[in-house]
Design a protein around this ligand. Sequence first.
Ligand SMILES: NC(=O)c1ccc[n+]([C@@H]2O[C@H](COP(=O)([O-])OP(=O)(O)OC[C@H]3O[C@@H](n4cnc5c(N)ncnc54)[C@H](OP(=O)(O)O)[C@@H]3O)[C@@H](O)[C@H]2O)c1
Length: 349
Amino acid sequence: MTSDDIERTGAVRQPDSAGAIGAGPGGAAEDDAPPRRRAVLGAVLGAATVGAAGAGTIASARAAGSTAAEDSTPAGTGAASDDTAPGRFRDQVVLITGATSGIGEATARAFAAEGAKVSFCGRRTELGRKVESEIRAAGGDATYLRADVRVPEQVKKFVDDTVRIYGRIDVAFNNAGITRTAPLHELDLETWEDVHRTNARGVFLSIKYQVPHMLRTGGGVIICTSSGSVRPAGTAYTASKHAIDGIIKTAALDYGTRGIRVNAILPGTTDTALVRLEGISDEQWEEFKEAWGPLNVDGMERLATPEEIARSVVSLAQADAFSFMTGSTVYVAGGPHGGGKMHMPEGFS
Ligand SMILES: NC(=O)c1ccc[n+]([C@@H]2O[C@H](COP(=O)([O-])OP(=O)(O)OC[C@H]3O[C@@H](n4cnc5c(N)ncnc54)[C@H](OP(=O)(O)O)[C@@H]3O)[C@@H](O)[C@H]2O)c1
């Protein structure tokens, strides 16, 4: 079974409070479930794909600007020192993995609104082009480059093409991620490996290919998307996200004296496709969220919006605000527990 097969056969894509919410393949298909629950179970069992996966090369590079000037300005220093002013990232280059939807998409829009030149990837070409054209229509500068973070050659090409198009990388937001759920003994090796190839190895590869460009231009800022999810049936996801902690801490040691700050952001449950049970109606989703917040988000008792997380990423990337922060994970979780507490609301599974 290949990675693509896993996605097509849909080893269940489920919420993540900072990780996945729903039941995994081990979740029962009870015939006596109430209608709402049946809908949810149907969605759970009906397979969840995370977009059209597959090999394929990076497509659609913007032809223009392939020889963008390089300069010796220390990267990630922030174009403006006033951190409330619009255009804080004017003329800086921001690379984002996994920005065809959710947190990454919102972050691409937020950086572009701050004047950054944004290069982003994801596998769903149609969505990528849509995000790209909407950012451009709003007056921003963005380029979608199709890349699958599980494939080393594609990650390298995405990073190198970004530099070819925009000249440098000041900020990298390594955000692409998937979730799959199953009790540990029912978790098949292919699923475990696919989650790790995406969430952990994908981050490793991204940093590996980003760093040489940042060293060449004097430094930069790297932010990775972590998760505080610790829940039953969450072995693959939780382990893969905990790996990010190790990666950012050791990378911070490798590059601390060389101008590259490496941190992680840890969002609490955020209202994105990753956490929405498939097949659920908008009304059911609103009910779910209303119940989920008080049950699981100690503190604010609600889910975050992708835009809230995006604003935090943009702030964190500012060198003038966080010049002494590296190797840290920043909780943006609506409460102190970062989504570790995860109880399924009654009527949902
Ligand atoms: N939502 C939450 O509650 C929450 C909480 C904590 C952490 N997180 C983390 O936040 C990140 C973003 O998730 P989200 O909630 O915004 O969900 P999402 O809307 O599903 O976004 C996931 C993004 O990752 C991309 N992606 C997945 N596999 C990829 C691959 N192999 N290659 C390239 N891109 C890939 C997806 O693009 P394609 O499908 O087009 O490839 C998509 O753009 C993930 O790392 C997730 O673990 C989410």
